[in-house]
Design a protein around this ligand. Structure first.
Ligand code: HEM
Length: 193
């Protein structure tokens, strides 16, 4: 988003509309932060924290989408393969949060879970994450407060943020440096609730 200032601004505009600048974002604001949640959803889709889900083993013979999976098979889901699947996502390698806004029925809230597994956030089924509500609230709240509390920019001598991943893991190859300037009145930062 630092590389696309118009996108960052759209997220900040949403925060200005929903929470303003005279108080911190609260949990009751989250249902209305649909652009912010679309950005988080797009980050899960395009930049997963790990390339694969944790391995599972099939307890019985089963068939998934015409693929026979014998009992005892180790099954690993590719987060990258799902999130960047061109059969599912238009321009899959572009960071396009608005796809998640368009994706929902009118008036429906954007959520971070993806039960249809078009990308993998909390997975689903018996071993799916039981912490979906808490995890979604924490992710959205942290992200929203970082954007609400500070004006973010790329350091002057840096150009753009290099999103290339390291060879060994999914993290960025180069350290992520960003400049944060407080943007709210001082009294707002001292409220702890
Ligand atoms: C953004 C935050 C989170 C994400 C993206 C996430 C994602 C996941 C995923 C993908 C799995 C399934 C792994 C598998 O296939 O076996 C999982 C499992 C699990 N998660 Fe989360 N999680 C998050 C937050 C939380 C929180 C806040 C809690 C608890 C308070 C939690 C508790 C668990 C537990 C206990 C399991 C194991 C479930 C089982 O194997 O039966 N998670 N999580």
């Amino acid at each position: 988003m630092l590389n696309k200032p118009e996108m960052l601004q759209k997220a900040v505009d949403e925060l200005n509309d929903v929470a303003g600048k005279d108080r911190l974002v609260q949990e009751y604001d989250l249902p209305r932060l649909n652009y912010i949640k679309s950005c988080a959803r797009e980050a899960f889709t395009l930049h997963p924290i790990a390339p694969f889900n944790v391995p599972h083993m099939s307890l019985t013979d089963t068939t998934v989408a015409d693929n026979f999976i014998p009992k005892g098979t180790h099954v690993i889901l590719s987060r990258v393969g799902l999130g960047r699947n061109p059969k599912v996502w238009d321009e899959p390698c572009k960071f396009k949060p608005e796809r998640h806004l368009q994706d929902r029925n009118k008036g429906e809230e954007v959520v971070l879970a993806e039960p249809e597994l078009r990308f993998l956030s909390f997975s689903r089924g018996r071993r799916g994450c039981p912490g979906v509500v808490l995890g979604s609230s924490m992710t959205t709240m942290l992200f929203a407060r970082l954007l609400q509390g500070f004006d973010w920019s790329i350091p002057a001598n840096q150009g753009t943020i290099d999103l290339c991943q390291g060879k060994k893991d999914s993290f960025l190859a180069k350290p992520l440096l960003a400049v944060a300037k407080p943007r709210l009145p001082l009294h707002v930062y001292s409220v702890s609730r």
